[in-house]
Design a protein around this ligand. Structure first.
Ligand SMILES: [Fe+2]
Length: 323
């Protein structure tokens, strides 16, 4: 398969303070060069025999292919980021930016700061949509292969010297200002509208417990930090507790095999949170049992290890675990 050249998206003669000569050189030599390199590498990879080619040779070709492919994609995005007046940010993208950054001004300051930090070096500054979280984020990348996994860049600023020295010499700051004056926000918004169509990665589903309410470790931590009354029960199985060394701060251990023995000690006046090792079964089953008995019980998703992963406080597992 050969990659096709994309026509130049922006109209160079309409740009304000960026010369057609610079765009032409950039498009022809750097974008065109990346695409040619990508096609050469693709041909080389297709032609080799993976059974006889040393792995390090394949690995090097694949690394170069990644760099060339990302360079191609980012250059296409860069040229498609230019051609507007930079200031008129349409409603939908403006409110999405405000939602993720506080305000368009704040976004602009951060984006320019990242660009200035790269000036004198080289790399990219990108505004990227992350479907997982439905949010926009700025990132800088000092080479062509560092963009956010699963993210969809919708605006790109090229800070390789070839992108500006013809017009601006070493004055990267002037180039950054010119770029900001030429952002084509309508096109950015169209890319944003397309990006938000991408579904986030599927979330973990507990199919056996479809209606059982859960609570995240972050929510439990916020309740504890706020001093809210909550009854937290570690229901890791007894056999597991023999090798457990720590336990969530604020939790008590209760044997999930003998709920009837300890349910009488719970209050219906405060929510109950149960959890097990990873949050799959036992914490869920216990929460279900407690709900049937009339408690406001939820299981903590991710269990003990999710709590540890957010650096939630832990204590020594008690040596006596008799409930
Ligand atoms: Fe470039």
């Amino acid at each position: 398969m050969r990659y096709q050249l994309a026509p130049l998206f922006c109209r160079p003669w309409t740009l304000n303070g960026i010369s057609p000569r610079l765009i032409e050189s950039h498009y022809e030599h750097d974008y065109g060069g990346a695409l040619a390199r990508l096609n050469e590498l693709t041909a080389e990879l297709e032609a080799l025999d993976p059974r006889t080619t040393p792995p390090h040779v394949i690995s090097r070709l694949k690394r170069d292919e990644l760099t060339a492919l990302n360079s191609t994609l980012l250059h296409e995005l860069y040229f498609a980021s230019l051609g507007g007046d930079g200031r008129a940010v349409p409603e939908q993208i403006a409110s999405a930016i405000a939602g993720s950054f506080g305000s368009v001004d704040r976004w602009r300051l951060e984006f320019i700061a990242l660009a200035n930090a790269l000036a004198g070096g080289s790399g990219w500054v990108l505004l990227t949509y992350v479907p997982r979280d439905g949010r926009l984020i700025n990132q800088s990348a000092s080479d062509h292969s560092q963009s956010i996994s699963g993210g969809i860049p919708i605006l790109a600023l090229d800070l390789y010297e070839h992108a500006y020295h013809l017009d601006f010499g070493a004055n990267a700051a002037a180039y950054i200002a010119a770029f900001m004056r030429n952002i084509e926000w309508n096109a950015v918004q169209t890319r944003f509208q397309n990006a938000v169509q991408v579904a986030p990665p599927p979330r973990l589903e507990q199919k056996q417990f479809p209606d059982l309410p859960s609570i995240t470790v972050e929510e439990v931590k916020a309740m504890l930090d706020a001093g809210e009354a909550v009854q937290i029960i570690d229901t890791r199985p007894r056999h597991y507790s023999t090798r457990a060394s720590d336990m969530m701060e604020g939790a008590v251990w209760r044997d999930p095999e003998h709920v009837a023995d300890w349910i009488g000690g719970l209050s219906k006046g405060a929510p109950v949170v149960t959890f097990c090792v990873y949050g799959f079964h036992i914490g869920c089953e216990t929460a279900e049992t407690l709900r049937k008995a009339g408690f406001d019980a939820r299981y903590m998703s991710g269990g003990h290890y999710a709590w540890k992963a957010i650096k939630g406080p832990v204590k020594m597992f008690p040596s006596s675990i008799q409930p």
